[in-house]
Write a protein that binds this ligand. Structure first.
Ligand SMILES: Nc1ncnc2c1ncn2[C@@H]1O[C@H](COP(=O)(O)OP(=O)(O)OP(=O)(O)O)[C@@H](O)[C@H]1O
Ligand SMILES: [Zn+2]
Length: 842
């Protein structure tokens, strides 16, 4: 008998399937097979506490579940082949284990296919509902009801419509009875109706419209709106998604119909492209692309090491430590090309695609339609489409942010993690995985080569290299013998003594900026807080105005005058954690004094001051208020590359991998503020930020200079950054970590106990605290409970524990034991956040 037939027979006898569901419970759930046996790795729909959920089949078997409960049948099988390859299921199991996360929640993050399953609500009448209908018909509208007679009539219309007992869709009810969702939900609460959520599969493929500037078109007379569109398109290299373009136009007040006019006049054409795939314009600006340079000796050596590992085969992790401007990108591209030539695929991970559009442009130029992009700005449809292209093997170069590590790449040969130190690789919700570490694990499961690249490697990766777990590749010089910029520290305590004034910008920085602009060069200034002032304080009682939902100072945003291309709301206080906004009070909410004052300069204030000091400068600002998406970023970078902006102020966004050759001066304002935060990674973060932002200077023909304004000129993070001395910094920082048993010495987890009710948060954390102190945990030290540094966030009170383990195994076991105890005590799992390898203890 053939193997296949056997498989069919064996399958037909399987009566049960274990399904991983996206719920915060550390287990799979057993369902009865309903006719066809699903394959492991397929998606199914199953009933789960009144809803239909999509889950992934983990096992099919014949072991009747123990215990006294009804095993429900699977409702629908969505795939007849495994939607996730074995390799990814194995990776999911590892993540669930390592990060102490529910498997179903891990799998949900791996499957970007929600677009294919549309949720629908179905309503059905209940017995109670029928009774109400008949009684109501006899008595008429009730005066005791809180609802108006019209609303009551609408309710009867709904009951009437559903009387036959058949289910009806929300949309059908809405058009038949003009009931809205709120009314129907009210009826569900009264138990007149039941609601069921169902999922329907649909086709994810979709075309997207892209506006393309028609080249060589003769320009007739244009009105201002038409010119605005053409300028917008030209600024981003001639192509833009119609969707993005419309959004930008909307903000600038240009009517959408103008685009139609331009199409009619054959100045713009609209193309349909199969997916989010129309870059290519950005990134060149007359410079050579990374892949067009002949590699220099250092780059060749780095490539040689990676290529040799690929040729040899097998798992081979590398740390590529290359200073800013050493030409790492060209090495990545060359290595990816080698992988393709060997018939394998390559995955390139980047922190945030929107922030480095140049990278995407260069990739498309180098690899054409072999590239697939995965990032957070894709719509669900686009993401699903990219996912399928990768799965079918049509796209062998995959570029994406954190979750791209789950791309169903075939024949994976190489993974590159660019800026491996970047905090955005850590997911700050369940499953709280670190994309870089998962990348290493994925390479291991697949016998692939992985390269972690950075000018400021994380201490974890550096330590792995020191221990010989990762091979280290170094690129210690910039390309073309360009020097690293000279860094000068400006002691702001002296500045205050000498000038008697608290100023945002020191005299040195003003002087150098002026000279830079006068020479026709460009300057960028980092002011790492957005908004105008980040503290509003009362002079009489000392109270700071805090967010209503969070224990966080509110930031003052000034209204924007003039017709800024990006319309901004008016004067307000805003919480940067939960987004809560309020007007600016006239008096202190606590003591009613009128003497409120505004402290701490953000980027908005920085820009205003620079405008006063340098009225002639062409100033641009880059922060979350002015750059919301990729197209904003592209436009801003295009203006920088073209020299249209010669003075840029912004938050850490300006420090991210940009390669703008005209920038010769970098100023840093207030970045050492973060040294005072209660976080063991504070020094590392400040060092990284200073080094990365300094690295933006002097990347072209002319050498660069950096001025760092600081109140901590003697702090080692500041001093080593000024000396471009990464090894020196690491040596010192490692000492501190060793003393304090912080990573990379031992392993760490942060456990947050949270609740909207203060007494629950305190009660539960006390309960867990008692359990920790009465339980002998091997090789794990527990700190806490303590109020979390941010003690209230989005209306939720937060207490926390920090667990430091001598080994991974000891830490995992302690966490699991704690969760079992919490479960037995009735502490709901959602109220406990377990963050393994936490980046923040805030
Ligand atoms: N062999 C080469 N000769 C000359 N220029 C080169 C060479 N290789 C790369 N470049 C150019 O050097 C510049 C810096 O390269 P790249 O952006 O890759 O640096 P990087 O190492 O990624 O730096 P960072 O860490 O700051 O992002 C780019 O403009 C790139 O085009
Ligand atoms: Zn808030």
């Amino acid at each position: 008998m053939s193997v296949r037939l056997w498989a069919i027979i064996l399958n037909t006898v399987s009566r049960y399937a274990d399904i991983a569901l996206p719920v915060p419970l550390d287990q799979t759930f057993t369902y009865e097979v309903n006719g066809v046996v699903p394959v492991v790795g397929a998606r199914v729909l199953v009933p789960f506490s009144g809803q239909r959920l999509m889950g992934v089949v983990m096992r099919v078997h014949n072991d009747a579940p123990e215990g006294d409960f009804e095993v429900k049948p699977i409702q629908q099988i969505l795939d007849d082949v495994a939607v996730l390859p074995d390799e990814l299921i194995e990776l999911a199991r590892w993540i669930a284990q390592y990060y102490v996360a529910p498997l179903g929640e891990v799998l949900r993050g791996m499957l970007p296919l929600s677009a294919e399953v549309k949720r629908q609500f179905l309503y059905r009448i209940t017995e109670t509902g029928r009774k109400v209908l008949y009684e109501g018909a006899a008595k008429g509208a009730s005066r005791r009801s809180k609802l108006s007679p019209e609303e009551q009539n609408r309710e009867y219309a709904v009951l009437n419509y559903l009387e036959s007992g058949e289910e009806a869709k929300l949309s059908a009810l809405r058009s038949a009875t003009s009931a809205n969702k709120a009314l129907l939900e009210g009826m569900v609460r009264k138990k007149w109706l039941v609601r069921e959520a169902v999922a329907e599969e649909r086709d994810a493929r979709r075309l997207e419209k892209v506006a393309v500037l028609v080249e060589d078109a003769r320009l007739p007379k244009l009105n201002a709106n038409q010119t605005a569109i053409l300028a917008e398109l030209a600024a981003v290299g001639g192509r833009m998604r119609v969707r993005d373009l419309k959004e930008t136009l909307g903000r600038a007040g240009v009517p959408e119909s103008t685009l139609g006019t331009l199409v009619k006049r054959e100045l713009v054409r609209v193309e349909e492209v199969a997916e989010a795939f129309h870059f290519g314009g950005v990134g060149s600006y007359g410079k050579k692309h990374a892949h067009e340079h002949a590699l220099n000796e250092t780059q060749m050596e780095a490539l040689g090491t990676i290529a040799a590992a690929m040729a040899k085969g097998g798992f081979a992790p590398h740390l590529l430590y290359g200073v800013t401007g050493s030409g790492k990108t060209a090495v990545y591209f060359a290595a990816m090309r080698r992988a393709l030539d060997a018939g394998r695929s390559a995955l390139l991970m980047v922190p945030e695609i929107g922030l480095t559009p140049a990278m995407t442009g260069q990739l498309v130029a180098a690899f054409g339609d072999e590239v697939a992009l995965l990032h957070s700005q894709l719509t669900p449809d686009e993401r699903a489409e990219q996912w399928h292209r990768i799965r079918r093997g049509e796209a062998r170069v995959v570029v994406g942010t954190r979750s791209a590590v789950f791309a169903p790449v075939r024949e994976l040969g190489l993974i590159i993690v660019d800026e491996e130190h970047d905090g955005s690789y850590k997911q700050e919700e369940t499953p709280r995985y670190h994309g870089r570490d998962v990348a290493v694990m994925r390479a291991k499961l697949k016998d692939a080569v992985v390269v972690l690249g950075s000018a400021t490697p994380s201490l974890e990766s550096w330590s792995n290299a020191e221990k010989g777990r990762y091979a280290r590749i170094e690129m210690r010089t910039r390309v073309a013998n360009r020097p690293l910029p000279a860094v000068e520290l400006v002691d702001m305590r002296d500045e205050f003594r000498e000038t008697g004034q608290e100023q945002i910008f020191s005299r040195r920085l003003i002087e150098e900026t002026e000279a830079t602009i006068a020479r026709g060069e460009q300057a960028i200034i980092l002011l790492n807080r957005r908004g105008y002032s980040f503290v509003v304080m009362c002079r009489s009682c000392g109270e700071k105005i805090e967010c209503e939902n969070c224990a966080i100072s509110m930031t003052y945003h000034k209204p924007v005058s003039g017709n800024d291309a990006i319309a901004q709301p008016g004067q307000r206080l805003e919480c940067h954690y939960c987004g809560f906004r309020r007007g600016v009070p006239k008096e202190c909410p606590k003591c009613q004094s009128e003497h409120l004052y505004f402290l701490g300069a953000g980027s908005q204030q920085g820009e205003e001051r620079l405008q006063e000091i340098f009225p002639q400068a062409r100033i641009g600002r880059m922060d979350r208020d002015t750059v919301r998406g990729r197209s904003d970023m592209e436009r801003m970078l295009a203006r920088l590359h073209a020299g249209e902006i010669n003075l840029l102020v912004g938050t850490q966004m300006i420090a991210k991998g940009h390669d703008i050759h005209g920038v010769t001066l970098v100023g840093v304002v207030g970045a050492d503020f973060a040294l005072g935060l209660p976080d063991f990674r504070a020094a590392e973060r400040v060092f990284q930020l200073l080094t990365q932002v300094s690295g933006r200077a002097g990347r072209g023909e002319l050498p660069g200079k950096v001025l760092v304004q600081t109140y901590h000129p003697d702090h080692y993070a500041v001093k080593f950054a000024a000396g471009h001395d990464y090894p020196g910094f690491v040596a010192k920082e490692m000492q501190y970590r060793r003393w304090m048993h912080y990573p990379p010495f031992g392993v760490l987890a942060n456990v947050v106990v949270q609740s909207e009710r203060l007494e629950e948060a305190t009660g539960w954390s006390a309960q867990l605290g008692r359990w920790f102190s009465s339980t002998r945990l091997e090789k794990v030290r527990v700190l806490g409970p303590a109020a979390a540094p941010i003690s209230r966030l989005k209306r939720i009170y937060r207490y926390h524990f920090v667990l430091k383990g001598e080994s991974r195994k000891a830490l995992s076991e302690a966490l699991r034991a704690m969760l079992r105890f919490a479960d037995a005590q009735g502490i709901v799992r959602r109220n406990l956040v377990v963050d393994v390898d936490a980046l923040h203890l805030m």
